[in-house]
Design a protein around this ligand. Structure first.
Ligand SMILES: [Zn+2]
Length: 390
């Protein structure tokens, strides 16, 4: 397979050849007079480490089946996503175990799903019951860290849990974090009201990421010190950010990207299982949720407490350029290279020998979103077509 597209990193036209599922050759292509107008951009496929579900199906659900997992993963090809961490949120151990087993079975049943799923993200249940930081996680299922339970969940997942988001505000948190980190799982901090010393202790114990920094927090917060400054100033923590235009104001995105530096930022969609559905009221995992006309997903009956997101990760890529003033290459890397680096995976480049996980898209600096024209996973076109890139 061979096509011409404009590289996201150096903005030059390139002829890209793929063979045996890998990038075989990338060489400069001679621009014709109008080629910059018609050829799409090419970048590594996006990697989204926080996806809770899609089209009305949560991963954290007793209704989840391997077929539904595969459908959600494949649905994301339309968004340029070739790497995904299905995310299970706070629930009973039975429900979480069921979800883990369904995801593991999907990975084992379909090779493309197994390649796309880079690991499972367990967000919860080790959160404080306090309102505010807890967000939409059901209070009755928030609990203290429990190593035996975590081991049971990891066994149900056949070892696929890659990220655990938890609050470090429990006395036993440092010891628990050290154990989880030593088992090869990335510990992320989130939905927390922790103090500066608790955050420092968590990072000393191995925590490496702040999950959706700036969300899952109190609505009113002491100006300083507080856990936002503590996490922004902690260079050992990367930060995932929901840059959908609803979860963080542009000024906050810009400030956080500058504080963390782009290399330590990871864009996530945090798509809810309700993403993809039209506006209206829905029953979520334990509470009533509402999708407002502007696309915001909130706890029903008010318009402030966000309960997840609905915009795919490409929206974040486009927004972060406008909000934080970073260029296309930097924005793309926040959705490709950086999450892969967090997960300790190779790839995320246009170099010969890399697995051909690629996205082709149209975009202009004034655009609020990327328009995905084709997604290639392991050398196969899994969404769209390459008609614009010939
Ligand atoms: Zn969350």
């Amino acid at each position: 397979m061979r096509f011409i597209a404009r590289r996201y990193d150096n903005r030059e036209l390139a002829e890209v050849s793929l063979a045996d599922g890998r990038v075989a050759r990338v060489v400069p292509a001679a621009p014709s007079s109008d080629s910059h107008e018609v050829h799409p951009w090419i970048a590594p496929g996006f990697v989204d480490v926080q996806v809770n579900g899609y089209d009305g199906q949560e991963f954290s659900s007793l209704e989840l089946t391997p077929e539904k997992v595969a459908a959600i993963v494949r649905r994301h090809y339309a968004f340029g996503v070739t790497g995904i961490c299905p995310t299970l949120t706070t629930q009973s151990v039975e429900m979480l175990s069921h979800g883990m087993r369904a995801i593991a079975a999907a990975c084992e049943s379909w090779p493309d799903v197994g390649r796309a799923v880079l690991g499972i993200h367990l967000e919860g249940p080790y959160f404080s019951t306090e309102d505010g930081p807890r967000g939409a996680h059901p209070k009755e299922h928030c609990r203290r860290p429990n190593w035996d339970e975590f081991q049971r969940l990891q066994a149900a997942a056949s070892g696929r849990i890659a990220i655990l988001t938890m609050s470090p505000e429990f006395d036993e948190a440092p010891e628990f974090i050290a154990r989880v980190s030593a088992s090869g799982v990335i510990v992320a901090l989130g939905h927390t009201g922790a103090s500066g010393s608790q955050i420092r202790a968590a990072v000393d114990a191995g925590a490496r990421l702040s999950t959706h920094l700036g969300n899952g927090s109190h609505r009113v917060l002491r100006r300083h010190p507080n856990y936002l400054w503590d996490q922004m100033a902690e260079d050992r923590l990367m930060a995932s950010l929901i840059v959908d235009g609803h979860h963080l104001p542009p000024e906050v995105v810009k400030t956080m990207v500058r504080a963390k530096t782009p290399a330590r930022c990871v864009l996530v969609s945090d798509e809810s299982g309700l993403a993809g559905l039209p506006p209206g009221r829905y029953t979520g995992s334990g509470c009533e949720l509402e999708i407002l006309a502007d696309g915001r997903l909130v706890i029903a009956g008010q318009d402030q407490l966000l309960a997840g997101a609905s915009a795919p990760i490409g929206v974040g890529v486009a927004n972060v350029m406008r909000f934080a003033g970073v260029d296309l290459a930097t924005a793309v890397e926040m959705a490709t290279v950086n999450p892969l680096q967090l997960l300790g995976k190779r790839g995320g480049g246009l170099r010969p020998g890399e697995r051909a996980d690629l996205v082709l898209f149209h975009w202009k600096p004034s655009d609020a979103a990327l328009e995905v024209v084709a997604t290639i996973a392991s050398g196969t076109v899994v969404f769209g077509d390459l008609a614009d890139a010939e």
